[in-house]
Structure formats: C-alpha cells, structure tokens
Design a binder for this molecule. Sequence first.
Ligand code: CU
Length: 157
Amino acid sequence: MKTMTQAPMIKLVMFLMALLLTSACSNARASSGVQVELSSQGDQLAFTQTTLQANAGEEVTVVFKNSSKALQHNWVLVKGDDRVAKQVSEKALAAGLEQLMIPAGATDILAHTNLLQSGETAKLTFTAPTEPGDYTYLCTFPGHYLVGMKGTLVVEP
Ligand code: CU
C-alpha cells in the first residue's frame, strides 16, 4: 500500500524539478539581452541618447522616461533610416492624437511605447532586427521629429 502512494509522489517531485529547471533556463535567456535607458532632454525636443546599440536578433529592453514638465513624447523605432522615419512621422501626423500618434497597422514600425505624459516612464521589450544596420527612432508627437527628436539604434552583426 505504501509503495503505491510513493510512486505518484516521486513523479510529482520530478515534474516540479523539471518545471524549476525550465524556468531557470528561460530566465538565463532573458538576461542575455540588453537594456537601454533614455529620456527626453528635460523640456527640449530631444532624446538624452542619440545612439543606442544592440546585437542582431537580441532581446532589447528600452526604458524611456518623459522627463519634460508639460510635453508628451513617445519612442518609436522604425524599420529603416531617416527616410522611413520621415514617412512614419507623416503617417503619425495623419493618424492624429485620437490614435495617440501611432498609425494603425504600420509595418515600418518595429517597436513603440505609448504616448507618455510628463513624468511617465515606459518599459518595452522587443527583438532587435536580424539584419545589421542603422535603425532610426523618433518621437511622433507633431513637430518633435522635425526639430530633431530622433536617434539611431545601431544593430551589430
Ligand atoms: Cu516628443
């Protein structure tokens, strides 16, 4: 009788140990990514960092803080350089504030935060492009990109 109750118990313990091992592995994978932090430059229409780096296909976590007193900002990474950023900026303008300056279904946007109020912080995780190169990020709030609220994510091979 005793051995019959022990067998399922051993199976349960083994199952739990397997679970622990799997979660330990996935934690290790997550920590192999890169985390970058940037904010708006006070009340200026600029980011504190105009260059960010990541490896191709790497998991990137961006922590973006809107440190302005009254302005709204977002952080939008586009699938390409300044030419694509300009197009995204124009599409965002057409989308307007009702869509929070993010054009719906835009395939040239790789990752973006919400439109942040002053003092707000957003944390965003995405996979860096597998193709190395320079990718522009910008703020799509009307006028901000035009005066230079942008930067470059350099994706290394
Ligand atoms: Cu902005």
